[in-house]
Design a protein around this ligand. Sequence first.
Ligand SMILES: Cc1cc2nc3c(=O)[nH]c(=O)nc-3n(C[C@H](O)[C@H](O)[C@H](O)COP(=O)(O)OP(=O)(O)OC[C@H]3O[C@@H](n4cnc5c(N)ncnc54)[C@H](O)[C@@H]3O)c2cc1C
Length: 803
Amino acid sequence: MKSHAKVVVIGGGVVGASVLYHLTKAGWKDVLLIERAELTSGSTWHAAGGMHTVNGDPNVAKLQQYTIELYQEIERISGQSCGVHITGGLMLAGTRERLDWLKMAKARGRYLGMDLEIISVDEAAKLFPLMDKTHFTGAMYDPIEGHVDPYGVTHAYAKSAQIGGAEIVRHTRVTDLKPRTDGSWDVITDHGNVHAEHVVNAAGLWAREVGRMVGIELPVLAMEHQYLITGDMPELKGQKEQLHAIDFEGEIYIRQERGGMLMGTYERAGVPWSEVTTPWDFGQDLLPNDLERIAPSLEVGFAHFPAVGAAGIKKVVNGPFTFAPDGNPLIGPIRGLKNFWVACGVMAGFSQGGGVGLALSHWMVDGDPGADIWGMDVARYGDWTTLAYTNAKVRENYSRRFSIRFPNEELPAARPLRTTPIYEKLEAAHAVFGDYCGLEHPLWFAPTAAEAHDQVSFRRSNSHPHVAAECKAVQNSVGLLEISNYGKFEIRGPGAAGWLSRVMANRVPAVGRVALTPMLNERGKLIGDFTMCRVAEDHFFLIGTYAAETYYVRWFERHMPATGVSVRPCAMQYVGLSVAGPNSRALLQTLVRDDLSMATFPFMSFRRMEIGMVPGYVGRVSFTGELGFEIWVTTEYQRALYDALVHAGREHGLKLFGGRALNAMRIEKSFGTWAREYRPIYGPFEAGLGRFIDLKKSEFIGRAAAAEEKESGGALRLVTFKVDATDADAIGDEPIWHDGKTVGWVTSGAFGHRVNHSLALGYVPAALAGADSGFEIEIIGERHEAHRLAGAAFDPSGALMRT
Ligand SMILES: Cc1cc2nc3c(=O)[nH]c(=O)nc-3n(C[C@H](O)[C@H](O)[C@H](O)COP(=O)(O)OP(=O)(O)OC[C@H]3O[C@@H](n4cnc5c(N)ncnc54)[C@H](O)[C@@H]3O)c2cc1C
């Protein structure tokens, strides 16, 4: 083994091999993969090898498409067969909701260029004669589904990488990792050490153990997974290879394996494997079968596919593989560790391995993943993902693998975990809570405890009239909203203003003022949006998306000077309440000595104040479009602040409101939000944020690209639509049609209660952004006329929030 390499990849499963290949493809040749045993000695060797393009996140779906197309390339380079069988696939629906879900998945696939088709049960049965039609209501057909040979794929990646210059060392275990001061690593193995500039943790089943070598606890857990293979079936003799099928209600996947069928299930009573540490002596081993555990699913499967039940079981495979809490991979650099990368938690290695390798190699070589991989970024998790939290969430995710997730459905596992001091008070006021980064936050308020729950649905649900009442209260009197679920950062030091001016695209505000600012990467794409408040000359308070806190800090650290600036993420040290509506000023004025009048505390002001007995920051900003104030206090004061506001609010018609009403109101105002309208695939001018880009500044990250985008106008445009919807509103990811063609996609949608209309925000080609007619938005399989609005649906001049 060589003593130095530019990169050491730890782990020779399908993911590590793909990363290695993609690094050589991106031009890094001095790369070394270290494997403890033989290649595939973790989850990879016993996988069922199934692959498909459909994924709930369109950006992950794109990388899945890429993976499937890649097999031809690595077969050609390596001469190693991947054993690719493209059979086509069926997703079978047994209920109306499932068929609705399939229609939505088909619609989403449309703008990704996927050729999906909704077919009848009769058509499905012609394609897949083993099914008993009586259990199904319809199906979706995907021509690009199939399976591969896990051994062949891994070796094809490995050989292609070796042809590209990579080295692979087998039977060598990495036992420790030691950082050097220059950011490089000493990789300690049981067969000598390697000095590496970069290390990639692709250790699959052992990713946690490798993470612990560098002091991190990665949120991954292995679950046992079983599939069975039947004896040869006369029904298959002389027939063309059967399609893949997923039977959602049966929670079964099924495909042909030689002369029989392979049937697997994600059972409700899933069992984790090696909950705390993974044994190093586990290799190409299987776990004992437990058919009893999957018996309920098998019973349903055998009823839905009777010939399979009659064929008899020839073999059962029970093997472990890892999941992150949301089931998506964990990839990227780790905050606080230089040159340490992860590519783990990949639960669908044969659909996703290629895309993971591609994105990670670009990230390492070019400094940017080259695609929108927010849904897979390891930085989407933070300190709350303890071992027990991950355990609860992974079990839940596994058990729900084939369940429908409704847009208004909040999942129960690991809750409540994080609560603010007013949690019980909000609960007593009949709040229905949502879970955001493990934090409970109110979504809406029911009139009674008995009504305080969501009836899950793709259509307008039981919360609709209550959210309407909340919006009306904000419009006509005053509403009180908990806003603790934002990320907050304190930036201090003599260099703080200069540094912010370089990292953020807008001008830094004067003391006592607020500026909204996008944050751009070098390519001029949106990687954040912040409310930047200046407390003092060398002291700023930044408010942004909490889910992206680690993502932001990782970026801040990368661009931090040696001295003069400190950044402190303080999301849970500061919690907040907001009052919004025409009576909000009068209400707050009863509690503060400062003059809140327009003249002395105008829109976009920010100041330390005492609110009753509570010290805090007060900002005059508005995400509802109404006159409004945000109040930030350290956690121990929140109860007192809440009591003071509620007490004073009695005189002013105060009503509590929640996140659903806020979402509807910000859409009425065409205000975008991170991960929906603002993502690293959009430029600021495309997103309508051009007025927050200060090109007069001589320098900031992304300036050149932003100037270019301003000049060219960009390719896309964020547009607001009034939608002629009936009983269901757009929620995001629906296709936008124009003159009979899919031209764009919705990023957010809701019913606007103040304007009494269904609304959607979405991207269309810039050339179409001025078109006045011809738009339609597809909601649950039906196209609805959509009217482009020239500005915000509610108070387009912004006069109300400035009063
Ligand atoms: C029963 C079953 C069925 C499945 N079916 C499918 C399917 O149909 N389709 C699909 O896409 N996926 C399927 N999967 C999941 C798939 O197997 C995984 O997504 C994939 O194998 C993950 O690959 P990996 O490279 O991340 O991890 P692993 O395969 O676990 O590889 C990690 C490698 O790292 C090595 N390693 C670990 N630590 C060290 C160290 N310290 N030093 C050196 N080497 C180390 C290990 O020896 C191992 O070879 C299935 C899994 C199971 C168990």
